[in-house]
Design a protein around this ligand. Structure first.
Ligand code: GUN
Ligand code: ZN
Length: 430
């Protein structure tokens, strides 16, 4: 049966980076009609009530209905070691990340963490994620099964590592990476809402042979996304140079092995050379900004202004557990703070766009998720714009929707999420 959700509604008609805040449509007394898991109509409460008298009404009062958040880069196996103290990237990987990922050799452990992780995302208003798994194929099965049970559109892949820079127990081979990834892709890609993503962790933990094999798999499956990491920390870049002395730059280690293209997702992308920027833009690759991770691990300040102005495709992400939060609200706040440090104050409309349609566009899924528009999958989140006393007293002074939303972006957490709907169904509802 059709459901009519009443509340304030925000949706996009264009990118605010290109068209300013006018790219966002705000209905103060709005309504969204949901039918068969998709948005069927969007308008004023008055008009949609009159047009659809038979629909079941769900009244969110002054709640703000926004597209479900899309987290474009995360590591679900790092859920239980988020907020681990005191290290930078390479030491952080060795001290905390790799030991934690070893635990995923046990499929029961993978299943338990996958369910816990997706429930945390839903509680924070996130309806889609693009996640790394571990080298264990069962870690991929676990996440896709948990996503299927919740109806979520999830993008994920087996993390491939075959160099001795990764520890014993977390290594595959070039051939096993190809074979396992290919089998998982065949089994899951396009099953329900699952999308398989070819996933070399990053150049330092793969041999050229493994990068080549995964490049071949991508060429055989050009409709798939490919995700990896690029130029996160300066020590990492020096390490890549020492392991790949013939490469022109970090990106060239991917480019030379068939791992640069549209549908390629490059996490972090902070310390980029001019040639790398030009090539990423030329091919229409996706750059994924992970601001809480970049401050937490001490990586650097993403150049949002320069990269967006030159027309790069940019998504936003938590990078759990290098990132220090599951919340895309907190992630937007961190993006704002990094923007300030680079003298570019991101507008609330830009932050919200990055966390929804921007990420969906980077994932090449903007025709399905990331906005509220007829025909799109009905993934949405209802925000309480006065969820804590501290936010409420600030919002009491707000003159427009952006002033009313920005305190929740800067100070909000899962308490600001009144509810999350996935393909039209309320998450957590029986
Ligand atoms: N680079 C390679 N692997 C990782 C990871 O798990 N997290 C982060 N932040 N960077 C990486
Ligand atoms: Zn990452």
């Amino acid at each position: 049966m059709a459901e009519l959700h009443l509340g304030q509604v925000l949706s996009f008609t264009a990118s605010p980076f290109e068209a300013g805040p006018g790219a966002v449509r705000h209905e103060a007394e709005g309504a969204v009609l949901v039918e068969d898991g998709r948005f069927a109509a969007l308008g004023t409460a008055q008009a949609l009530r009159a047009a659809h008298p038979g629909a079941r009404v769900v009244d969110h009062g002054g709640g703000l209905i926004v597209p479900g958040f899309v987290d474009a880069h995360a590591h679900y196996p790092q859920t239980a070691m988020i907020a681990s103290w005191g290290k930078r990237l390479i030491d952080w990987l060795n001290a905390y990340t790799f030991p934690e990922e070893m635990r995923f050799a046990d499929p029961a452990h993978a299943a338990e963490v996958a369910g816990r992780y997706l429930d945390l995302l839903l509680a924070h208003g996130t309806t889609s994620v693009c996640s790394f798994c571990t080298i264990h194929p069962a870690s991929v099965e676990a996440l896709f099964e948990a996503a299927e049970a919740r109806g979520m559109r999830v993008f994920a892949g087996k993390t491939c590592m075959d160099r001795d820079t990764a520890p014993e127990g977390l290594r595959d081979t070039a051939q096993a990476a190809y074979d396992d990834s290919r089998a998982l892709l065949a089994r899951w890609h396009g099953r329900g809402r699952a999308e398989y993503v070819i996933t070399p962790r990053f150049s330092p933990t793969s041999t050229p042979g493994q990068l080549e094999a995964l490049g071949a798999l991508w060429a055989e499956n050009p409709g798939c996304l490919m995700q990896t990491h690029l130029s996160e920390q300066t020590d990492e870049i020096a390490w890549v140079k020492s392991l790949y002395p013939e490469a022109r730059d970090y990106l060239d280690t991917y480019e030379a092995h068939g791992l640069l293209g549209a549908g390629g997702l490059y996490g972090h992308a902070i310390h980029l050379e001019p040639r790398e920027r030009a090539r990423l833009r030329e091919v229409g690759a996706g750059l994924v900004h992970c601001p809480t991770s970049n401050t937490f691990i001490g990586s650097g300040l993403f150049d949002m202004e320069g990269l967006s102005r030159e027309g790069q495709i940019i998504g936003l992400a938590t990078d759990t557990g290098g990132g220090s939060s599951f919340s895309m609200l907190r992630t937007m706040a961190a993006a704002y703070e990094i923007g300030q440090l680079r003298h570019r104050a991101l507008h609330a409309s830009e932050l919200l766009w990055l966390a929804t349609q921007g990420s969906a566009r980077a994932l090449r899924a903007e025709d399905r998720i990331g906005n509220i528009a007829p025909g799109l999958e009905a993934d949405f989140t209802v925000l309480d714009l006065a969820s804590t006393p501290a936010i409420a007293q600030r919002v009491a002074q707000a003159d427009d929707i952006w002033e009313a939303l920005f305190p929740t972006i800067m100070m909000g957490d899962d308490r600001a999420v009144s509810g999350t709907w996935v393909a039209g169904r309320r998450a957590g509802a029986a």
